[in-house]
Design a protein around this ligand. Structure first.
Ligand code: HAS
Ligand code: CU
Length: 562
């Protein structure tokens, strides 16, 4: 039975969430190519340098916040319904969707208002050029912050639908283990609830009243700290759905089975425990945070590499198992016995391969001393285009080729474009991110519209800055082409008529080592959430207390003995 026929109401929610995600992807990708050409000096005719920052804000917000959150909501909705074998409580899910959409429209309108010179509303100019981290003292129109708050609140409500589905299932299946896909969704959501508290307090208690003129000052260090309390875990909110796909669907696409369910559960629990008490690794250069607490964040970050290293092992082992089921022999030649012509499989694998490189640059970022070399350089966008821009985005696009037919009942159209698309993304990203990393080492800053500074010569260890710029421009252009190819396939598929039988289904094969091998304690959410909160109190308690000691709204903090 096709998913859409078994769960028509849930499928409709997933479709709506995906459609918003795809629209955000299209506009965000367009902004991306405009800025890549502008800042490399290849073509500066689309926008003025002053508008560059508005375009950059739109690019970051639409891709990193809107595309991700809506796609993840859709994927999670599908995964919970699929693994618990029931429709999701649709009223709750729809409320979450509409609140998120209202927030998105508010944020998008305030960003675009800045581009078109919109009139002032509520006594404030309609604009938001504060970039996707919206640091104070940069200030946007209140609608931008209210929009951001609504996106978060909507995602909380969407999450309630997953928990309610679990409770209903639990009352009918009191002794069964939580199915792996649902386990992954709920663990991610618990991490999300714990970590979004930071940004919710930042926006609601400080940025909204400040942008409305109700309070005069905010403390930039305190608001940045609240942002990064959320800003690191949000990257795992993007990664864990990609892992859900790599653990539960990719082995099947390879013709095999997941190697180990227990290991997958351990990985997700480790993310719940360690995702949040690491946020200071984005603030190594911020004054006012004692080095000892930066050191704690660094140590936790290094432990946080473990779940990803375990994932690399388990996922590659599961794919290898698939290849051997298809008759592969030899140490490495099994790589040839894989369905590289199937876009869903190829996209996930290429995303994983690039993530190995992105994870490596993450390890470098995380070192307190080496971070000073790359912080605020274009190395950092190089890092996150491999992670959120490929591990997440390419996995999302690839799995859409597999999932969208099942939530619509329609066959995938434009197969030849789909087959080529992950490779176009891979080549574009290889050029762009590699050159960005190198340019960062040459000292070129991130977040600037200018290709050159008059008084300053940047020099690469190898190659020239001009050559790096060209690679960034070509790579950025190819990524735009890759996004456009994906959207052509999706539009054609979504608009097509239903006909014929699908060759894909949502059944997930049993892992080689199943849930019965997982200790039951792994499913004890209360315990893991309590430990996660305790680790947060240790990592954040004293520094936050010192930041607010001089008053909530006063910039700065008293000197702290290190
Ligand atoms: Fe990061 C900055 C450290 C992971 C996203 N990161 C950022 C920013 C973003 C971001 C958006 O410590 C910029 C924020 C801003 O605007 O300022 N990051 C890390 C570390 C990891 C890491 C240690 N980041 C991510 C992920 C992201 C993401 C995931 C999004 C999804 N990052 C940092 C630090 C900074 C930072 C500092 C601040 C820099 C600064 O100074 O501003 C780790 O989680 C990485 C672990 C990953 C691995 C790789 C495992 C490999 C796998 C591949 C399996 C292979 C397969 C396929 C399946 C150890 C799992 C095989 C294929 C075959 C063909 C065989
Ligand atoms: Cu981080």
């Amino acid at each position: 039975m096709v998913f859409v026929d078994s769960y028509p109401k849930t499928s409709k929610i997933v479709r709506s969430e995906f459609i918003v995600a795809f629209v955000a992807l299209g506009i965000g990708a367009l902004f991306g190519v405009i800025q890549a050409l502008h800042r490399t000096g290849v073509f500066r005719g689309f926008i003025s340098s002053a508008d560059y920052y508005t375009i950059l804000t739109g690019h970051g917000v639409l891709l990193a916040l809107v595309f991700t959150t809506f796609f993840i909501s859709g994927l999670f909705t599908w995964a919970v319904a699929n693994s618990l074998e029931r429709e999701l409580p649709h009223r709750i899910a729809w409320s979450g969707f509409w609140i998120m959409l209202t927030g998105t429209v508010l944020a998008a309108v305030s960003i675009i208002g800045g581009l078109v010179g919109a009139p002032s509303i509520l006594g404030h100019d309609l604009k938001a050029d504060v970039l996707f981290t919206f640091y104070a003292p940069l200030k946007a129109h209140p609608a931008f912050y209210i929009g951001a708050a609504l996106i978060i609140v909507g995602s909380w409500i969407a999450g309630l639908a997953y928990f309610k589905a679990l409770w209903e299932w639990r009352s009918e299946n009191p002794d069964e283990r939580i199915p792996l896909q649902t386990f992954m969704v709920l663990t991610t959501m618990l991490m999300w609830y714990v970590s979004t508290i930071g940004v919710a307090v930042e926006v609601v208690a400080f940025l909204i009243p400040w942008s409305l003129g109700l309070i005069q000052n905010v403390d930039p260090l305190l608001t940045r700290t609240l942002f990064w309390y959320f800003g690191h875990p949000v990257v795992y909110f993007w990664l864990m759905p990609a892992y859900l796909v790599w653990y539960t669907i990719l082995p099947k696409l390879a013709g095999g089975r997941l190697f180990s369910d227990p290991l997958a559960r351990v990985v997700f629990v480790a993310f719940l425990l360690l995702s949040t008490p690491v946020g200071f690794h984005h603030q190594y250069t911020d004054p006012g945070i004692p080095s000892g607490y930066k050191f704690i964040a660094m140590t936790n970050t290094m432990f946080l590499l473990l779940p990803s290293l375990l994932t690399a092992f388990t996922v590659v082992a599961s794919v290898e198992h698939g290849a051997r089921q298809r008759g592969a022999k030899g140490y490495l030649s099994w790589l040839r016995n894989l369905p590289w012509g199937k876009p869903a499989f190829a996209g996930c694998m290429l995303a994983g391969l690039m993530f190995a490189a992105g994870g490596f640059s993450g390890m470098i970022n995380a070192g307190m001393n080496i971070n000073y070399l790359i912080h605020n350089t274009i190395w950092v966008p190089g890092h996150f285009h491999l992670t959120v821009g490929t591990a997440f985005a390419l996995t999302a696009m690839a799995i859409s080729y597999w999932l969208v037919p099942q939530i619509t009942g329609k066959k995938l159209r434009q197969r030849s474009i789909a087959t080529l698309q992950p490779y176009v993304w891979f080549v574009g990203m290889a050029l762009m991110s590699n050159a960005m990393h190198r340019a960062g080492l040459a000292g070129i800053p991130r977040r600037t519209a200018e290709p050159t500074y008059d008084e300053f010569a940047f020099e690469g260890v190898a190659g020239t800055v001009g050559e790096m710029r060209i690679q960034i421009a070509i790579g950025g252009f190819l990524l735009f082409v890759g996004a456009a190819m994906f959207l052509i396939v999706m539009t054609d598929t979504l608009l097509a008529r239903r006909g014929g039988t699908l060759s894909v289904n949502s059944n997930i094969p049993e892992p080689l080592s199943g849930a019965d091998h997982s200790p039951r304690i792994l499913d004890n959410y209360k315990l893991w959430t309590a430990i996660a909160l305790l680790l947060i109190v240790i990592a954040y308690g004293p520094p936050l207390a010192s930041m607010v000691a001089d008053g909530l709204f006063a910039p700065g903090s008293p000197p702290i003995p290190v």
